[in-house]
Unconditional design. Sequence first.
Length: 253
Amino acid sequence: MSKQVGIVGVPPLEIICQLNEEQAQIIDLDEPLLPLPIDQTDRYLPKVYCAILRTVLLNALNLHLDQIYVDTGPGKCDCALHVATVLQYHLNIPVIAVRNLDTKDLGYPISRSSLPLINKIQDITQGVKSCQPSPAYPPCQPSAGFWGVPPRDFSILSLFPDTTHVYGWTRCVENKTPADLELEAHCNPAVPTVFFAQSFCAKTALAKHLAEQHPKALWVDCDVSAGSSAKAKIEAFLELSGVTSGRSDRAPS
């Protein structure tokens, strides 16, 4: 039976390649994998805390894993380092803190493709389990932008047209350089862009800052799930910005 390895964030490419060679089953603990209430983590973490990392803890405590790799470097966050400490205390398996400082660009064709936004983000997050670059997709002309981290609640992604380009940390994840701040801060000022981060995430500061500099921006944060208010803001912003599901004459970026 193959080894079951949990990952948090994006471990260095060397580790992913090693796990691929070992034919280990890689499990992305950032994703909601279990039909369990997230408040089961309240005895271990503050309730007012990043929902992604609370999800990590929920998964790690309830899945049968052989080991866990946690990116605790600038490609994730200090909170991941502290969650790794909690996991090391409560679990009887190796919880290995690593720092992904990879700088080799492997490209981000999915981020610029015409796939539905949900499919884009799903493919990018699944791609962290492989050391191979993304499949080649032709770039589309962007009509909207989604900047930020993969949301815990993917339902907000259905509000965007297929011609939405992905920016921010999610684009860095596809490029397999999660600590590349220059790439993370990149966006297209000609494209109406939603700047998103999970509530209580350190990246809300960068999201808000970039949104203030961008001429066509909306800053949004959501906690465990995306409520009707957040969805209504996004829908109104896209509508008022003249965004449709059709192709745009804006330059790809």
